[in-house]
Design a protein around this ligand. Structure first.
Ligand SMILES: Nc1ncnc2c1ncn2[C@@H]1O[C@H](COP(=O)(O)OP(=O)(O)OP(=O)(O)O)[C@@H](O)[C@H]1O
Ligand SMILES: [Mg+2]
Length: 213
């Protein structure tokens, strides 16, 4: 089983690199064609399929063989700057993107591709929660989690952390939905087309990176 896991996550790395190129060029195409072009829907279909493939690949990376995921010291501000451009086109014109980056932000040891997957999954959910527009806010900060906080959040060790806050002005969720959001295959959207894996993937990546969500 371990060999299968290694094979899966090794392949996943290569796939991820290729998908980044495919999705990047698809986005360039969408931008270059413009909204009135008859071909823009085809380019969008390529991009959407590529995004789904990337999300599936990240699940292989997150659950297939965590030991194989390569991490390095990273500034989360850089991740947000890097995905900023992509976020603007993902969110569309009706959603205002507000980014507030802390100065002297601490470094975190994570896989850069996985952190992008985290941000993109959260931003996608936010956009879907704001069908007629709104505000998506991304914020970074250095925080200290004390014993009282740790006592309220099982699995959290007190100490210094880097925090990334993602909030939207969308529909929000009921306490019942909120209780289940990290469950794999849980979705309140169209179950035929939706995997309900976005937040389960995010959860897997964050926990595996030694973080907390
Ligand atoms: N920003 C948000 N605002 C309101 N509800 C949300 C938000 N993010 C997630 N949810 C709720 O949590 C559920 C699970 O989210 P998740 O991203 O795991 O799956 P999904 O978006 O339904 O499908 P997928 O991400 O696989 O396409 C959603 O169906 C939705 O009900
Ligand atoms: Mg989602």
């Amino acid at each position: 089983m371990q060999a299968v896991g290694q094979l899966a996550s090794g392949c996943a790395h290569h796939f991820n690199n290729l998908l980044t190129v495919i999705n990047g060029y698809a986005q360039f195409l969408i931008g270059a064609l413009g909204p009135d072009s008859p071909l823009v829907r085809d380019a969008e279909a390529i991009w959407k399929a590529g995004e789904r493939a990337a999300s599936l690949t990240s699940q292989l990376l997150a659950f297939g063989c965590p030991a194989e995921v390569q991490t390095r010291a990273l500034d989360l501000n850089d991740v947000l700057r890097d995905v900023g451009e992509m976020l603007h086109s993902l969110l569309g014109e009706d959603v205002v993107l507000k980014i507030k980056l802390a100065e002297d932000l601490g470094m975190v040891k994570v896989n850069p591709g996985q952190m992008e997957v985290v941000v993109l999954n959260l931003a996608t959910n936010a956009r879907e929660a704001m069908p007629s527009g709104g505000v998506l806010s991304l914020e970074t900060a250095n925080v200290e989690l004390d014993r009282a906080y740790a006592a309220r959040h099982p699995g959290v060790e007190p100490g210094h952390y880097v925090m990334m806050t993602v909030s939207d002005s969308g529909c929000g969720m009921t306490p019942e939905v909120r209780e289940r959001i990290f469950e794999p295959f849980f979705t309140t959207k169209d179950p035929v087309t939706r995997a309900g894996m976005g937040l389960a993937t995010v959860y897997g990546i964050i926990e595996q990176s030694g973080g907390h969500i």
